[in-house]
Write a protein that binds this ligand. Structure first.
Ligand SMILES: [Zn+2]
Length: 196
């Protein structure tokens, strides 16, 4: 298990796009970025399945296309969706990776960042296990800062200034990671990890 407190450096193998030490649950829901596109933006999301419940196997199942529709009424709505994210940070700070970082994951949907549509083409999507109205955990902030620092160190096309919430690139359609996500706390931690 990857618990990544702030300050613990994480490393990404640039040849495979995989995070060392992460639990790898590779998703079939990805493809290659358009020619000439590289990761320039990090999109932070929030997710829980069923909504408001933490710790089950269902996020892995959704992102691998194996969510059983009959297991929960909500799953009937979403079980056929072909979606993914590059990584998930669980409530205890464990990092799960679904898609190699240089590939295109299917997380942002219809979206726009500074006049550019289709954010999946040029972004990395990181899910935090949570809801809009539950504070994220210290372990999650620590792991997110450590993962972000590793991404910044690996992909020179990324920048600490280009990190947004899903709600920022799909306003009116998406609200995650929600108003309780503490951007100032995250950026403070990121600076600490980055300087370490
Ligand atoms: Zn989202």
């Amino acid at each position: 298990m990857q618990t990544a407190p702030a300050g613990a450096p994480l490393t990404i193998d640039a040849s495979t796009g995989l995070l060392a030490g992460a639990r790898q649950v590779l998703s079939p829901h990805y493809d290659t970025r358009p020619a000439g596109s590289s990761p320039e933006l990090i999109v932070v999301h929030g997710i829980s399945l069923p909504p408001g419940e933490f710790g089950g196997p269902w996020i892995d199942r959704l992102f691998t296309g194996t969510l059983p529709a009959e297991a929960h009424p909500y799953f009937r709505e979403i079980s056929g969706r072909r979606v993914s994210a590059h990584a998930l940070i669980r409530r205890d700070g464990e990092i799960v990776q679904y898609v190699p970082f240089e590939a295109r994951a299917w997380h942002a949907g219809e979206s726009e960042y500074r006049g550019r549509a289709a954010c999946n083409d040029f972004s990395i999507g990181i899910e935090l296990e949570g809801t809009d109205d539950t504070p994220y955990t210290q372990a999650q902030y620590g792991a997110l800062a450590a993962l972000t620092a590793a991404l910044l160190a690996t992909y020179g096309s990324l920048s600490a200034e280009a990190i947004v919430g899903h709600s920022d690139v799909a306003p009116g359609r998406k609200t995650d990671p929600g108003p309780l996500f503490d951007w100032a706390r995250f950026h403070t931690l990121l600076k600490e990890v980055h300087a370490a």
